[in-house]
Structures are given as structure tokens and as C-alpha cells.
Design a protein around this ligand. Structure first.
Ligand code: GLV
Ligand code: GLV
Length: 321
């Protein structure tokens, strides 16, 4: 069996794969060039891809009929054309579950960082500006007892809801395509239409996948509904937010701040975003804990092992949703 891995991932996953075949890892510390990817995938039986690889018709054609599975090293799979995969009879899998806590924790980290202006004040220290205690300096927002609006109540959104409610006594509002009776009972969570959620929330956090429906879900109109003291957090996918509209909203201080782990035109930022003091930026690291990345590597490998042995995958992506 020939297995193509498009970047170095934790050894635990690679070791599992080496037991069943030849593992070809792209070892350079950059995104695999397209031509190189298409060359390597030709004749392969399985591929382990990152969210930076476009897995589309051209990819499947380059691969040929030997390709049985593409295991995406991510929970999100907007980089993969599921319809084309179905057409070519290739199984697609993702890594749900194992990164839920990591992403939820990073969401909270961004909430705290923005609310308490952690990054801004760190820069203040490093540049030697701290000369006396500041009774009115770096005033932020308290999180205790505030209202948290969660858009997308999947595993990650639910985890954030539980942590925020139990740890910070937050009132939980949510918006999703479905209702969760369980969360409404357990946490007293309230379902609201998007506009109502935006209007009522002190913090708004996004946990939806990127689809045609969620692209620019948060744009100028939506930002204008938010409180001037509100904070927006995005650890989902960049294009869910209109980054230009967000830039203007932050620049004009129409909202208090934002914490972003993902960007509309990743790895690029909307021009000037990096200059704003009221935004905290991290390079798509929400799942970057040793625990989560190791588990993601193992789960992606196990999906490949199952499918190449003729068994059903553990985490199949069924169809375009
Ligand atoms: C990371 O962004 C993922 O989808 O796992
Ligand atoms: C992803 O794991 C989600 O369901 O939120």
C-alpha cells in the first residue's frame, strides 16, 4: 500500500501507517506545491491531507482509481469537494471529537485575552512603558455572569457553553439549525434568531462549519447589531466573517474587540488588521495541543487502516451538507 501524507504530523499516526504500507511524507516546512501534490498522489492508495490542500476534481483525476481514502487531518473539511469524492468512490474522513476541548479552550483563551487586553498590555511591558500603576489603564470587560452567544452548537459550541456557564456563570444563548433540549434544560440555554442573539450577547463566538450558507454569516449588517461593548470570537473558519467589515467595525470601535484564530484569506490578513489594538490574532492554532494533534494523527491513520483493509471508516463524511 502506498500512503501519501502531505506534511509531517505527530509520529504516533505515521507509525501506525508504516505497519500497513509505504508512507511518503512531504517533509518540507511549507504547503506542498500543487504540482508536487498531484505527482505524488498518482497511483497512491490513501492520502492524509491538511486543510491547506484543495482536494477537488483535479486531485481525484490525478490520483486515479487506486485511491480509496482521503483522511483529512482536521475536523473541518471545506477544503474537500465531497461530491467529487463520491463520484470517484473515494471515502473522506475527518477527526471529530478529539480536538473539541482544545478548540473550546482556545476560544476561552481568546475571550480572556480580548476582554482583559492581555496582548496589548504584554506589548506595553515589553516596550518598557510601565513606569507607575495605572488606576484607569487597560480597563477591560469582566466576563463573569455575562451573556455568551454561541453560533453553531456542535461538539465545540456545546463544550464552550458548558465551560462558560459552569466556570464563569455566563448566560448561554445559541443559534443553530436545530434546537438542543438537553442544553436548554441543563444550562438554561436559550435559542434565538441570529439578530436577537447578536443584539443580546456580550460575547459572540462562532462554531459553524464553512458552507455556502455560513460564508459571510457575520458581515456589516450583523456587526451593526452587536453591542458597542461586545466581543466577537472566531475559531471556526475565516470566511464565516466578512473580514473587511470586521476591520471597519473594530477600527471605528463599534464593538469592543475581536479574537481571531482564522482569517478570510488565510494566511493573509485584511490590510491594517494587525495594527488594531482591539483584536487578538493567533495563527489557526485552536487545535494545537500535544494531546489533540497526537489524537488527530492517530484517528486519521486509523481511518486509513480501516478503509484499506476493506472495513468501514470510523469517521466518514457522508455527503455535502
Ligand atoms: C482545524 O481548523 C480543523 O478543522 O480541525
Ligand atoms: C466539531 O467537532 C463540532 O462538532 O463542533
Amino acid at each position: 500500500m502506498r500512503i501519501v501524507v502531505t506534511r509531517r504530523i505527530p509520529e504516533e499516526g505515521l507509525a501506525l501507517l508504516r505497519r500497513i504500507g509505504t508512507v511518503e511524507v512531504y517533509t518540507h516546512d511549507k504547503i506542498i506545491p500543487r504540482a508536487e501534490l498531484l505527482k505524488r498522489i498518482h497511483g497512491a492508495n490513501a492520502a492524509l491531507t491538511l486543510l491547506t490542500e484543495k482536494v477537488d476534481a483535479e486531485f481525484f483525476e490525478a490520483a486515479g482509481s487506486s485511491l480509496k481514502i482521503v483522511a483529512n487531518y482536521a475536523v473541518g473539511f471545506d477544503n474537500i469537494d465531497i461530491r467529487e469524492a463520491n463520484k470517484h468512490g473515494v471515502v473522506i474522513t475527518n477527526t471529530p471529537g478529539v480536538l473539541t476541548e482544545a478548540v473550546a479552550e482556545h476560544t476561552l483563551a481568546l475571550m480572556f485575552a480580548v476582554a482583559r487586553r492581555v496582548v496589548e498590555s504584554d506589548a506595553f511591558m515589553r516596550t518598557g512603558q510601565y513606569t507607575h500603576w495605572l488606576p484607569l489603564g487597560f480597563l477591560g470587560q469582566s466576563l463573569w455572569g455575562k451573556t455568551l452567544g454561541i453560533i453553531g452548537l456542535g461538539r465545540i459550541g456545546t463544550w464552550v457553553a458548558e465551560a462558560a456557564h459552569r466556570g464563569l456563570n455566563m448566560q448561554i444563548l445559541y443559534h443553530d439549525s436545530g434546537r438542543s433540549d438537553e442544553l436548554e434544560m441543563k444550562l438554561n440555554a436559550e435559542y434565538h434568531e441570529l439578530d436577537v442573539l447578536l443584539r443580546k450577547s456580550d460575547i459572540v463566538t462562532l462554531h459553524v462549519p464553512l458552507t455556502d450558507e455560513t460564508q459571510h454569516l457575520i458581515g456589516e449588517r450583523e456587526l451593526s447589531k452587536m453591542k458597542p461593548t461586545a466581543i466577537l470570537i472566531n475559531t471556526a473558519r475565516g470566511p464565516v466573517v466578512d473580514e473587511q467589515a470586521l476591520y471597519h467595525s473594530l477600527h471605528e470601535r463599534k464593538i469592543f474587540g475581536a479574537g481571531l484564530d482564522v482569517f478570510e484569506h488565510e494566511p493573509k490578513l485584511y490590510h491594517g488588521l494587525e495594527k488594531l489594538p482591539n483584536v487578538v490574532l493567533t495563527p489557526h492554532i485552536a487545535s494545537a495541543t500535544n494531546e489533540a494533534r497526537q489524537a488527530m494523527a492517530e484517528i486519521a491513520a486509523r481511518n486509513i487502516i480501516e478503509v484499506l483493509a476493506g472495513r468501514p471508516p470510523l469517521n466518514p463524511i457522508k455527503s455535502e451538507s
